[in-house]
Design a protein. Sequence first.
Length: 232
Amino acid sequence: MRQPAPPAPAVLRAAPAALAAALVLVLSGCDSAPAPAPAPVGAAAPASPTPQGGPPTGPAGRSLWALIDDRGDTIRSLPDDDPDVTAVRRTVALHSAATDNRDHRALTDGVGGAEGEFGFYSPEFIRALKAQGYDRQLAVLYRTNRLTTHQVKTAWYRSTLYEDRATAKAEMDTVMEFTAATPGYLKKGGFALNTPYTQHRTVSLAKQGGKWKITAIRKSPLTKTAPRPEPS
């Protein structure tokens, strides 16, 4: 199937019209103000797809998590059972499940409320989203196009904690499907029902009040997931 031309990542500081355009493709991308420190981290090969919230281990069982300094250099690898690694991974996994499993019949104008998606965000990120009507526009988008989405699986890439253990950055892929949508929406986006689409996400987090909160998310456009090669 021909893939839609990938839109440029949307920035939450953009005008409301730009945000509305980004929402047309549902999960095309968003980003808040940058995380407190840069993260010049090279992407590693992704881990095998893991169950919801499972440890993101790389080849030969190696951890994909590293402690880095303010220049982005690796200080040491971190085990999967490191308390901060466990907490960050859980936050990202639960957030991904909340945003990838949506049903237009269950949405309300408070889609981003404390009990839902916004419960994973820092106060600053919430204010940025609300200032541009993200929660209202998302609810309208799902209702108007009768959208229902379902997460199929996730895969993790190399992720990092800064040496102060106050900020972190997680890299992951999520694979999701549209299980319901209007024909017009599918045609406009170049999508099909019950077809897996992959999205890469870079999630920035900060420890606030002893809890890890998401401060920024950058998302790639949805792309059709390549089928797994048949054994020869």
